[in-house]
Unconditional design. Structure first.
Length: 204
């Protein structure tokens, strides 16, 4: 039996005698690398994520649109309703002394309501695979669009209400206010990590 027994093999120490483990990465380093990889994100070139303006910038246009829609509906009811109603007398019969019929005027008013809603939605931020697109609405409703590629952006400064971009030439651009600033900030932070760019989170 003793001749068939295998010689005992001494177990090597898991830790060298001097207590150092230079060749083995620590669990903090490993987990830190994994966490950093999971947070990194780079959108495909054809992907577009749109962040619209906050409700506070949209409700005036929505109120005006509701008013114009009510005007149009009232005119339609007047033309299709009873000829004895006060609305029919005021709208249809009143058109005889007007230079412009009520139904044409109501269409113009309704079109202005649609245009106001569309113009209000021009504000916001669009994230694409190529970079960022900032949409501003200037005085008199003139839209302005600025685009930057990811290579032009060096750092993102993220707050709870606003996000600022530091460009390669040292200038800074404040992005338009959006409805979900936190979601936009989280997306930009993930993209910045994936592209090795700096991110600064401002706290209260």
């Amino acid at each position: 039996m003793n001749s068939l027994s295998q010689p005992e093999t001494p177990l090597h120490d898991l830790v060298p005698a001097d207590g150092t483990r230079d060749d083995e990465p620590s669990i903090t380093e490993v987990h830190g690398t994994i966490a950093r990889f999971e947070m990194a994100y780079s959108p495909p070139a054809d992907e577009r994520t749109v962040f619209g303006p906050p409700v506070g910038q949209r409700w005036p246009s929505l109120v005006w649109f509701a008013f114009t829609a009510a005007v149009l509906v009232s005119v339609i009811i007047a033309y299709t309703g009873s000829s004895n109603s006060r609305l029919y007398v005021w709208v249809v019969e009143g058109d005889r002394g007007r230079p412009l019929p009520a139904w044409i005027l109501s269409l113009f008013i309704f079109a202005s309501g649609v245009a106001t809603v569309a113009r209000a939605r021009m504000r916001g931020v669009v994230v694409t695979g190529e970079g960022l697109e900032a949409r501003y609405l200037m005085a008199l409703g003139v839209p302005r669009i600025q685009k930057w590629t990811w290579a032009q952006m060096d750092r993102f400064v993220i707050d709870k209400k606003r996000i600022m971009v530091e460009l390669w030439n040292g200038t800074h651009e404040v992005l338009p206010a959006v409805q979900d600033t936190q979601k936009l900030g989280d997306l930009l932070e993930r993209i910045a990590i994936g592209r090795k760019k700096d991110v600064t989170r401002l706290r209260d």
